[in-house]
Write a protein that binds this ligand. Structure first.
Ligand code: S3P
Length: 455
């Protein structure tokens, strides 16, 4: 979805579909018996990993244009002994959702594996809860995990992690259980599963009190085939916003999911004095409300200030945007501090260390203080170094580096080296094309490069 010039000459980009919602839709469609239709799902490394694993269980997918049809025998008809390990690739969401739902499939004997990065990431946060619910699996804390599925009794478990992946793994399992199950966890993680289940008429409800949320599932639920349209991914949109802000070009990003638990990125920018306009999309075709994000040309110029302190309570809602926020805030005239971001250490790479590495390489001091991330700010295009950076296979670090590279090349005519860009495939395969078109647009609107960022 490269940028298309709009009638007003501001590039207009259709937001790539949401990764989290696509995973959830695929899992629920695979649990239903019959044919479901998913309109505009994200087709990327991570979501294809989900499709491949579900295919290993006997689910079939037909792609045609921007529609994927899911043909499933229903969860009761899934292969109980898949002929090969279910390979989740780089996708933590796939591995954790699988662990949840397969644990509750009687007779299931399946092995979940992943790439080198995923094989280092914690699975205990899901497996511990599943074991409390009576499930059995063989694993230390990491993949491979061998699942021995069985009929689970309704459960009531509490997670210390405010994680949507953990929550969803348990909800998927609970949908198969006989009785009322509950999962309680720290509040603030994305709630797409709950919304989707409500849209599909499934008996899943959420309540919140005192910083804690409880999801209640009245199982067993019959999931019927359905059709949904996936809205755009705010986490991918964040990289487009960053590229536009830092190159001083305007952009309209169309059809971004407007879920408040995904748009706190904009609240952090707001705290830094940078306002992105949001226009609701009238259409009801999406699973969740959608909106267009409008970035004014040179929206950062002269207005950006340090974001100050970003509280730990915001972290679940900005967890995927912290590297790109850090990249923007490097150009603020002073210090910003993200509180309580230790969870970044167990993402696709150690993203806390990776973000610091990137900012340091580009010329902005940054450091971890315990679980906090401090960004000194004060970077200017002129001071931006021509950096070399290894994103360690992490798509969000690679995209943050590519944004900085664009600024460095466009504004300061310096060349950077990023050792691996192919990992953007995981969530945003079109990102290089989108960046190129934004860069072209910045060049057209600001040929002298003097109107670039932040001046
Ligand atoms: C996701 C939840 C978040 C997020 C990840 C996708 C999801 O992870 O970082 O990229 O789709 O549920 P946690 O649940 O581990 O916080």
């Amino acid at each position: 979805m490269p940028a298309k010039p709009s009638t007003t000459s501001v590039p207009s980009i259709s937001c790539p579909p949401d990764k989290s919602i696509t995973h959830r839709v695929l899992f629920l469609a695979a649990m239903a018996r019959g044919r479901s239709r998913v309109v505009r799902p994200l087709l990327s490394g991570d979501t294809r990993a989900t499709m491949d694993c579900l295919a290993g269980l006997g689910v079939r997918f037909h792609e045609s244009g921007d529609v994927v049809e899911v043909d499933s025998p229903g969860i009761a008809g899934w292969h109980r002994r898949p002929s090969a390990p279910l390979y989740a690739g780089n996708s933590g969401t796939t591995a954790r959702f699988l662990a949840g739902v397969l644990s509750a499939c009687p007779g299931m004997e399946a092995v979940i594996t992943g790439d080198a990065s995923l094989s280092r990431r914690p699975m205990r946060r899901v497996l511990d809860l599943l074991e409390q619910a009576g499930a059995t699996s063989a694993a230390s804390d990491t993949l491979p995990v061998t699942v021995h599925g069985r009929r689970l009794k309704a459960f009531d478990v509490r997670s210390p992690h405010g994680s949507a992946q953990v929550k969803t793994a348990m909800v998927l399992a609970a949908l198969t259980c006989d009785g009322v199950s509950r999962v309680t966890l720290p509040d603030g993680s994305r709630n797409h599963t709950e919304i989707l289940c409500a849209n599909l008429g499934l008996p899943v409800t959420a309540s919140r009190e005192g910083g804690v949320e409880t999801i209640t599932v009245h199982g067993p639920a019959e999931i019927n085939p359905f059709e949904v349209t996936v809205p755009g991914d705010p986490s991918s949109a964040a990289f487009i916003v960053a590229a536009a802000l830092l190159s001083g070009t305007g952009v309209i990003i169309r059809g971004v999911c407007g879920n408040p638990l995904r748009s706190a990125f904009l609240d952090v920018l707001d705290q830094a004095g940078v306002v992105i306009q949001r226009a609701p999309v009238a259409s009801h075709e999406f699973t969740e409300p959608a909106e267009d994000w409008v970035v004014e040309a040179a929206a950062t110029r002269g207005v950006m200030r340090p974001a100050g302190e970003i509280p730990a309570a915001w972290v679940p809602a900005i967890i995927d945007e912290i590297p790109v926020l850090a990249t923007i805030l490097a150009f603020a005239p002073g210090r910003s501090l993200f509180r309580g971001v230790g969870e970044l250490r167990v993402k696709e790479s150690d993203r806390l260390a990776g973000t610091i590495r990137l900012l340091e390489a580009a010329g902005c001091a940054a450091r971890a203080i315990g679980d906090d991330l401090e960004i000194a700010g004060g970077l200017t295009p002129a001071a931006l170094k021509s950096f070399e950076f290894d994103p360690a296979g992490d798509h969000r670090l690679a995209m943050a580096a590519m944004v900085l590279e664009m600024v460095s090349e466009f504004v300061a005519q310096k060349t950077c080296t990023i050792s691996d860009r192919s990992c953007v495939e995981v969530s945003f395969p079109d990102f290089p094309a989108v960046l190129t078109s934004l860069r072209n647009s910045a060049q057209t609107s600001s040929p002298s490069r003097k109107r670039g960022i932040l001046s």
